[in-house]
Design a protein around this ligand. Structure first.
Ligand SMILES: [Fe+2]
Ligand SMILES: [Fe+2]
Length: 193
């Protein structure tokens, strides 16, 4: 559907990512479009954000750290200590600076795809959820995650965020405050219903 239009970006992630992660990115793009069809939102942006969301995932940590410092993003110890969070922020920087993408909502969807945050835009939610339910995903309880996401976006978000927070605590990892804020936001929304 958008494959022809965004061929250069697809080729670019093909050159920057392992085959496994390339397939994951294409699947996130497709899942984002499917979710936009179900819940509304910009299908094309969901596709493009899905293709690009992990573009920095395999970049060297030193290079990512430099980028974060240059942009004053490395202001909290949680981010500094949690390398898996870096690629979301550096991905957004790369898309803006190297690819010339200036759509702020699209950049935010990439920047917050790992942590989430309070009051996410429709596009941010589409990409966040698509990352968890893409076709190749096979973690334990992925079927529950898919089922919750089919009930509502908020149910999917709450499940994913609770899953992520529990997993981090179980592994003695720190939890970014944006993740806590995202969890509180959707949980309050659901409890008010
Ligand atoms: Fe990611
Ligand atoms: Fe991803």
């Amino acid at each position: 559907m958008y494959r022809e239009k965004y061929k250069s970006y697809i080729d670019l992630i093909g050159s920057r990512l392992s085959e496994k992660r390339f397939i994951h990115s294409v699947n996130v793009a497709k899942a984002g479009v499917a979710l936009a069809e179900r819940y509304g939102g910009d299908k094309e942006k969901a596709y493009l954000a899905g293709i690009l969301h992990d573009i920095m995932k395999e970049e060297k940590p030193e290079i990512q750290l430099q980028m974060l410092k240059r942009h004053d993003i490395m202001t909290d110890t949680v981010t500094l200590g949690a390398r898996p969070l870096w690629h979301a922020k550096t991905g957004a920087i790369f898309c803006k600076e190297q690819l010339g993408i200036d759509d702020q909502d699209l950049l935010n969807a990439i920047a917050y795809h790992t942590t989430g945050r309070a009051n996410m835009s429709q596009l941010e939610k589409l990409v966040f959820l698509a990352d968890y339910i893409g076709e190749e995903r096979d973690y334990q309880d992925v079927d529950v995650m898919r089922a919750e996401t089919m009930i509502s976006m908020e149910r999917g978000m709450r499940y994913a965020l609770a899953f992520s927070i529990r997993d981090l605590v179980n592994r003695d990892k720190t939890i970014h405050l944006d993740t806590v804020a995202a969890y509180n936001f959707v949980t309050s929304q659901l409890n008010e219903r």
